[in-house]
Design a protein around this ligand. Structure first.
Ligand code: NAP
Length: 484
């Protein structure tokens, strides 16, 4: 059948991963469309002070691109972005990436994907491919809070993923709204730099203490000289996170109790009983995504940091007014209010051969076949699709497993075994029924609001261990597919 042509949407971590796997398999006919001006996805968009990955660096890297040069146990965002750029260069991906090009739609007609692209430079172009692979990320579209008067704020006001580096926080009054992973990292980084820091907390969060050890020159040299050390490091953190944290999320047991004890003991470090009470979450540890931080409780106990727990009523030019009538004056307003995690591939429109769109298929919420494919959409595959195991695990490891699976189908096409493949509706329903039965056993349904939850109140997450996900994708279940 000849060499298949592949279009990948997005040059973030998972799009790059797919590109490298294609190259290593000897496939050359592919294009990665990236709407931004550079690669790196979330690590390009997020540049806020204190940005650090809370998955250990040794495990947050591609198995095919070990990096002995990590400077810390948990990498700063800029280091990860530089690493992804190096991966793109080292594997010759740049010649395949079109920057400033947004895929706006794709339609499957006469056995191929017809892809509409806006840009670069605003011009509309078209492409055709045998396979369409979306690598559009999960936490991509900033969610702005609906707070009355927000537009009237006199100073700089921006979302955490659109950091305004011209707004110097030094010595100024900075208000941070939100206490998710992002708000906690910003608060920890800006405490002591800002003249006064005001943290607006709607719901307190549990915090796992995670000291961020520096890797010295000797450690880096040892890892450079002995690649096996790096592989060992990868396996160790993979084992540790899978055996403890990932288990704790999906099953009751000693792992859950251990993490519960660690976060409660961490909270006990807060000396002032009133502040401790206000920082005590109303829900179970890990119901919301567990936050990892070493310095947050130290930061909020500083004299120049205030945790405001009275609900926000409105914003006025001088600052934020809370329900108790207090005006909290501020010079800079940071919205660490999270993302629309349920958009997935959209706003891009994807239309199958029978005219059904992704919007139609997902009218009741995003669903997939085994996190990667969709019935009625032949040769359409997703990286980080619905129900991927994204809670506190290395998304790089997940992307690798999914990309390897997708590559399996592309290889089948190259070998002339299939022209198109789409999972059957029955197999997809079976998979989703099993998911829905397992989801209530997870900690995410123990009674809290979080970005994990879909419209039906169930989390859009993987209810088993990440290992089970990798195992499921090792070989395709051919009987689950309709092929031509
Ligand atoms: P998030 O977890 O969704 O947190 C948003 C925060 O904003 C919450 O505290 C929320 O309060 C608050 N909020 C939203 N609307 C509000 C309003 N109208 N008024 C007051 N408060 C409001 O978002 P995030 O912190 O950006 O993190 C999102 C995800 O990104 C994380 O869960 C994680 O997966 C990822 N992340 C990862 C890292 C890492 O190190 N790997 C770092 C940063 C982010 P409620 O809790 O009351 O809703």
């Amino acid at each position: 059948m000849g060499e298949p042509r592949i279009v990948i949407v997005g040059a973030g971590m998972s799009g790059l991963c797919m590109g490298v796997l294609l190259k290593r398999a000897g496939l050359r006919d592919f294009t990665v469309y990236e709407k931004g001006g550079s690669a790196g996805g979330t690590w390009r968009d997020n540049t806020y002070p204190g940005l650090t990955c809370d998955v250990p660096s040794r495990f947050y890297q591609f198995t095919f691109a070990p990096n002995p040069g990590w400077t810390r146990l948990y990498s700063p965002g800029a280091e990860i972005r530089a690493y992804l750029d190096r991966v793109a260069d080292a594997h010759g991906l740049r010649e395949h990436i079109v920057f400033g090009a947004e895929v706006t739609g794709a339609e499957h007609r006469a056995g191929r994907w017809h892809v509409a692209v806006a840009g670069p430079g605003g011009a509309a172009t078209a492409d055709e491919a045998d396979f369409l692979v979306t690598a559009t990320g999960v936490l991509h579209h900033p969610r702005l809070p609906e707070i009355p008067g927000l537009d009237s704020f006199a100073g700089p006001c921006f979302h955490s993923a659109r950091w305004d580096h011209s707004a110097d926080p030094r010595g100024r009054r900075v208000a941070v709204v939100g206490t998710g992973s992002t708000g906690v990292q910003i608060t920890t980084a800006l405490a002591g730099t800002a003249g006064r820091l005001l943290l607006f907390q709607r719901t307190a969060q549990w915090i796992l203490p995670t000291p961020n050890r520096r890797y010295g020159r000797l450690t880096r040299a040892a890892h450079r000289a002995l690649p096996r050390l790096d592989r060992l490091g990868y396996r160790w953190y993979e084992f540790l996170i899978s055996a403890v944290l990932s288990r704790a999320l999906v099953r009751d047991g000693w792992q859950r109790r251990l993490i519960g004890r660690l976060v409660r003991r961490n909270l006990a470090k807060v000396r002032d009983p009133d502040l401790r009470r206000r920082l005590t979450p109303p829900d179970e540890p890990m119901c919301k995504r567990l936050i990892a931080s070493d310095g947050f409780y130290d930061a909020v106990q500083r004299d120049d940091v205030d945790v405001v727990t009275s609900p926000i009523d409105h914003v006025e030019p001088r600052g934020i007014v809370t329900a108790d009538g207090t005006l909290h004056e501020a010079d800079v307003l940071v919205l660490a209010t999270g993302f629309d995690a349920h958009a997935y591939v959209r706003p891009m429109t994807v239309t199958g051969p029978d005219g059904r769109t992704l919007e139609d298929a997902w009218a009741d919420g995003p669903r997939a076949y085994r996190t990667v494919a969709l019935p009625g959409f032949p040769n359409f595959f997703m990286l980080m699709g619905p129900h991927s195991p994204i809670g506190n695990y290395s998304l790089i490891a997940i992307a690798e497993a999914q990309a390897a699976y997708i590559l399996g189908w592309i290889r089948r096409h190259r070998a002339g075994l299939v022209k198109t493949a789409a999972p059957t509706a029955e197999a997809t329903d079976r998979f989703n029924d099993a998911l829905r039965r397992a989801l209530p056993r997870t900690i995410w349904t123990s009674g809290c609001a979080s970005w994990y939850l879909g419209r039906d109140g169930l989390p859009e997450l993987w209810p088993w261990t990440p290992r089970a996900h990798a195992r499921m994708l090792r070989e395709p279940a051919l009987r689950d597919f309709e092929t031509t």
